[in-house]
Design a protein around this ligand. Sequence first.
Ligand SMILES: [Zn+2]
Ligand SMILES: [Zn+2]
Length: 417
Amino acid sequence: MEVLKNVEMALEKDLCDHCLGRLFAQLGHGVTNKERGKSLRIASAMLVESGKERKEVPEESDRCVLCGDLFQELDKFAEIAADELSRFEFEDFLIGSRIDPEVEEREESLWTELNLTTAEPINSEINREVGKRVQKKIEKEVDLEDPDIKAILDTRFDSVEIEISPLFVYGRYKKLDRGIPQTKWICNRCRGKGCEKCGGSGKLYETSVEEMIGEPLRKMTSGEDFILHGMGREDIDAKMLGDGRPFVMEIKNPKIRKIELDDFEEKINECEKVKVLSLKEVEKEKVQEIKQARAKKTYRVKGDIEEPVERAKFKRVLDELRGVEISQRTPSRVNHRRSDKIRKRCINDLELESLDNRQFVIRMTCEAGTYVKEFVHGDKGRTQPSLSEKLDVRCEVKKLDVIKIHYLEGCDEYEEV
Ligand SMILES: [Zn+2]
Ligand SMILES: [Zn+2]
């Protein structure tokens, strides 16, 4: 058998049991590489042809030519890692390692020499064996998929580097004041260093929804930085009302992971401008879900018309536009940021809330990504049809508020309007 020939060849090398067993790691499971190595030595002594003399079980090498006896240091590595980990707060962890590249090279050339396809790389074994020992020491679980924290050992220098996974908090925010951007708006002239244009602050707006929620969370968790991932964004001068806009706040490098979100919610809500609700801790996958969701939105639009329009006519025009698909060329106001193309969006619902001489308030529900202002004023014909075109009068948006985002948390389907 091919395997037996390989084992015989491997036995001729001065290897420790770990390194011998690891060459055949993919054969049989439920045992450690050390046990596998030892068993191969025993088997090789037992599998002699009948009639021949009994063979002595070969000894493990006391100077392994592959690892240089790295496996005798497992307890020490575990102690170093456990020590470093104990300075942080986490539920589960993972051990990683950096091995001397010369050892890895020796390992790979041995695989080639013996023509092996059953081996496991040395760092996987180090990670697993150190992980088991650390798990026992600190009484916390190893998590291979999504650990709170990683301890990366460097076996050459007996050092360890800690990588803390970000913390993700889901919630919905309301913005009750105009003039606040959703995210930090870095000054484009100085790129955040501070200059005349931004008055030395490095930012074009004093604060943002991101900062008002993220900064207190960063402090609570002793984190390094934060990023708000929103389900779309409203204009700076639009309010975000109703039950808010879903978001995930990512906190980088949090030293503390256990936080009382109820207390935090209360604290944020003392502020008049931004409020939060439905806060909860989530996995990082939630960021993708939030980013990809295509939820319909309902807006309240306050606008002016150049000439008075009869109420009946206004209502008739809204009736005509309800359920219509509109074509929007990239608006002139965002043209410098986005490529010029045509998008089609559906206007699901339109209601007249009030009409008073030259001022109107409408409530409209439309598909994600509709340019609402352009739908109202027509953007010089770039959006068709538009309210302005249908009313045959110039329209201007004065105030725009988002009053509902039709997204049911935890559901793939979106609420029907
Ligand atoms: Zn070895
Ligand atoms: Zn600046």
